[in-house]
Write a protein that binds this ligand. Structure first.
Ligand SMILES: Cc1cc2nc3c(=O)[nH]c(=O)nc-3n(C[C@H](O)[C@H](O)[C@H](O)COP(=O)(O)OP(=O)(O)OC[C@H]3O[C@@H](n4cnc5c(N)ncnc54)[C@H](O)[C@@H]3O)c2cc1C
Length: 221
């Protein structure tokens, strides 16, 4: 298959570039190695974390501000399973939305790892190892970034030496503490007060086991 533009990576950098290229009349393909489009942001980063923060805010209001407004309700309880289900649904709506936009703009989605054979030929290696090649006039590399551990400071995901999973866990720790803070200390809101200190405390007291992986990709590399 011959394309004017091939975009490697379907995160916010890649899918927006692909849509714009298609709108400008270029025959465009996008290559993504994971099952869903949207990259870190939609699958495991911004969107799921903000979906959970949104739940946190509702809980905080129910627990702390309703009374002041003259709304009396029984003490709210957290249903973590439902919150995670809602978060996953928000993520699904977003990644499905990107898939729809690809279709609408007639962008071919190629699932697999993209690699250069030469400057105009991209090899796509699917999960099952099957290889295919496309030729292209131009390539946009939008593969995002991964943190690199320094020799003297390997990732431990406990403090500031976080890979993205550590960032996720830290956010979840913050979120869990927002709900469970009263168990460990006093009630907290979802804001950033003493954020780092509280993350460490949650890690120490709860451990990683309580923190569910995002979208089942908890070790997405
Ligand atoms: C927990 C967390 C929370 C975050 N919250 C926010 C926030 O609130 N606001 C904000 O602005 N940013 C946030 N970010 C950062 C944001 O997610 C990134 O800045 C953004 O995703 C970068 O977009 P990108 O397109 O450059 O790369 P990515 O989103 O990483 O996308 C790159 C894509 O390329 C694919 N890819 C890589 N190599 C290949 C290959 N060879 N072949 C095929 N596909 C390949 C990857 O699978 C991936 O899907 C957050 C990040 C994390 C981890």
């Amino acid at each position: 298959m011959q394309y004017n533009v091939t975009v490697i990576g379907s995160g916010p950098g890649g899918y927006v570039a692909a849509i714009r290229c298609a709108q400008l009349g270029f025959k465009t393909a996008i290559v993504e190695k994971y099952d869903t489009l949207g990259g870190t942001c939609l699958n495991v980063g911004c969107i799921p974390s903000k979906a959970l923060l949104d739940s946190t805010e509702h809980f905080h209001n129910a627990a702390h501000t309703f009374k002041e407004h003259g709304i009396d309700i029984p003490e709210p309880k957290v249903n973590i399973k439902q919150m995670i289900a809602r978060k996953s649904d928000v993520v699904k709506q977003n990644v499905d939305g990107i898939a729809f936009l690809m279709k609408k703009n007639k962008i071919d989605v190629l699932k697999g790892v993209g690699s250069f054979v030469d400057k105009n030929t991209i090899k796509v290696t699917a999960k099952d190892g099957k290889e295919s090649s496309i030729t292209t006039d131009n390539v946009i590399i939008a593969t995002g970034s991964k943190p690199t551990a320094l020799p003297f400071a390997p990732f431990d995901n406990r403090w500031w030496r976080c890979d993205w999973y550590g960032a996720w866990v830290s956010l979840c720790a913050h979120w869990v503490e927002s709900f469970c803070g009263r168990i460990f200390r006093q009630p907290h809101s979802y804001d950033g007060r003493n954020h780092g200190q509280r993350i460490v405390e949650v890690h120490q007291k709860v451990g990683d086991g309580i923190l569910p992986g995002p979208q089942g990709h908890s070790h997405r590399k």
